[in-house]
Design a protein around this ligand. Structure first.
Ligand code: BDR
Ligand code: CA
Length: 315
């Protein structure tokens, strides 16, 4: 079995990805590292604990709290997406707080460094939120990427528009400097963004039907109502986008996606702040300013969305 660490800002779709991991025999969930994004970091940690308590994994899975601000915070306050996921991140349905509060006595970045070094070549990291913790881990151990199995990033919008502004996707926008650093550090990295995740959806009707499908079905269906209302108002569609669980599907079954190799850069300021730009050319713009020595990562540009949604639904 592969060992998995999920870096996350739960979040309705993060919850789906984490519960999927808990229900997937192909992976063993080692830890959850938390960061700001959908909610502030402290609340992300509470939500991670809630999910682990609910799935009975609390004793086996470590939770390490991560960064509360982006690498270059000071210019911006992080955008917290309470209007997407609710103020509590789980659709404001009045969930009780988690019972246990015990956390790892080290930061998310330290936990990542420790775990990857402890199990060289065996750990997959799934990043579902701004990349601050991963960037900090790489600063602590610049060789870290050679020792992880792979890093799978949910983020970016390559040949489609963004979701926080016309150019940028939320996770990359949350810390563009961290994203540019991480995407420039290794080719042991796959990234999937809105190009594929916006095609993977569950309808309001499907969510409704999940309500009496066991404790996970009920939970997902209840916390998703707020998220569904956001999609109805913002996109005018009666369905939710399954961003983070689609990334979990890519960990489990990468063959359901079409991957293209190329270098990626992130715009760190200006009107396109947070935009991900891919060099998809055959020869590569290696000689060009800003593109020299950038590793070729794999970017998802296509998806068998029906099969992915089925996998998410089943798990
Ligand atoms: C990403 O942003 C967050 O709101 C979601 O949890 C997902 O990780 C989608 O842009
Ligand atoms: Ca997320």
């Amino acid at each position: 079995t592969r060992l998995l660490i999920i870096d996350t800002d739960p979040g309705v779709d993060d919850a789906m990805a984490i519960l999927m991991a808990a229900n997937s025999p192909e992976v063993q969930l080692l830890g959850i590292t938390t960061v700001y994004g959908n909610v502030p970091t402290a609340l992300a940690t509470q939500n991670a604990l809630r999910l682990l308590e609910m799935s009975g994994l609390r004793e086996r899975v470590t939770v390490a709290q991560g960064a509360a601000r982006s690498l270059k915070a000071g210019t911006d306050i992080e955008r917290i997406a309470d209007f997407v996921h609710g103020a509590d991140g789980f659709g404001d349905i009045g969930l009780p707080p988690p019972q246990g509060q015990h956390l790892m006595d080290c930061s998310a970045a330290e936990f990542l460094v420790r775990s990857v070094n402890h199990h060289p070549g065996r750990v997959t990291i799934l990043a579902l939120a701004p990349l601050t913790n991963i960037a900090q881990a790489l600063m602590l151990d610049p060789q870290l990427a050679d020792k992880w199995d792979e890093l799978v990033v949910l983020g970016g919008a390559f040949f489609t528009g963004g979701n926080v502004n016309p150019a940028a996707e939320a996770n990359i926008f949350g810390d563009p400097d961290a994203a540019d650093l991480v995407l420039g550090s290794t080719s042991r990295l796959r990234i999937l963004g809105l190009d594929v995740t916006q095609k993977c959806r569950l309808s309001g009707e499907q969510l409704e039907a999940m309500q009496d499908k066991g404790k996970y079905g009920t939970f997902i269906s209840r916390i998703s109502q707020f998220y569904l209302n956001f999609h109805r108002e913002w996109y005018g569609m009666d369905a939710i986008m399954l961003h983070d669980p689609t990334a979990m599907a890519a960990v489990l079954q990468p063959e359901l996606f079409e991957w293209r190799a190329g270098a990626v850069r992130v715009a760190c300021e200006g009107v396109t702040k947070g935009q991900t730009v891919m060099d998809a050319s055959v020869k590569g713009f290696h000689g060009h300013h800003g593109w020299a020595d950038r590793p070729r990562v794999r970017v998802a540009l296509g998806v068998q969305h029906e099969a992915v949604v089925r996998l998410i639904h089943d798990r």
